[in-house]
Design a protein around this ligand. Structure first.
Ligand code: 5RP
Length: 222
């Protein structure tokens, strides 16, 4: 089965979590795009969707799904999104598509975060995927130096501006032994808008598509 087929299956499985007459949050990326496609089949049962990026907004509108502002929608029962990596605690690396800030906001405002992914995203330890960090443009060099001090190799994402008008540094070679601790530490560096580590607020459910089918995984607790 191809990776795309797996992404589609994980996305389809997330429909089971959508309740009638509710507003839900939707993430960004190719797996989230499959979810939007699936969601369009039941759009008459939805009150609307809160989007995590301009790209997702455009896609939702193209499918005729009403897009609502998070401030107007209030707390959400559900957020569905993909990830670049997930570990057994369902702590994630996100931001491959550069939408990490709005994704983190919508995830924070949601009761249940359902992550949809193909099996290639499952890792024992986070960090093989370079950690995306959204940075205020004038703080780029300062943040870069702070990341170097912590053993990371920041690389500016070329020709890319986020929906919020900021830059992305993709940080290679970070040792992510304690994801929540690192997220909190990086959050405290002035000039960083958002760290693509979703460890302080991990996913609640992972729908992981494998060749054998879609597995429902809850966070592993030691
Ligand atoms: C976008 C993201 C995506 O969820 C992540 O990059 C996974 O993308 P895809 O579903 O295309 O593999 O965080 O900012």
């Amino acid at each position: 089965m191809s990776t795309d087929d797996m992404k589609k299956r994980a996305a389809e499985a997330a429909l089971d979590y959508v309740e009638d007459n509710t507003v839900l949050g939707v993430g960004t990326g190719s797996t989230a795009n499959y979810f939007i496609e699936a969601l369009s089949r039941i759009k008459h049962r939805l009150d609307g969707v809160v989007s995590s990026s301009a790209a997702t907004t455009q896609r939702l509108k193209a499918f005729g799904i009403p897009v609502l502002d998070l401030n107007a929608a209030g707390p959400l029962p559900l957020y569905v999104d993909g990830a670049d990596e997930t570990n057994r605690q369902l702590q994630l690396i996100k931001g491959g598509g550069g939408a990490l800030t709005r994704e983190k906001i919508v995830a924070a405002a949601s009761e249940l975060f359902v992550c949809i992914a193909d099996q290639s995203k499952w890792v024992e330890m986070l960090g093989a995927f370079p950690l995306p960090i959204e940075v205020i443009p004038m703080a780029r060099s300062h943040v870069g130096r702070e990341l170097l001090k912590r053993g990371g190799q920041p690389v500016l994402r070329e020709n890319f501006i986020t929906d919020n008008g900021n830059l992305i540094l993709d940080v290679y070679n970070l040792q992510i032994l304690e994801p929540a601790k690192l997220e909190a530490e990086l959050n405290s560096i002035v000039g960083i808008v958002t760290v693509g580590l979703f460890a302080l607020r991990p996913a609640n459910v992972l729908l992981l598509a494998t060749a054998e089918g879609v597995k429902t995984i809850r966070p592993w607790r030691s």
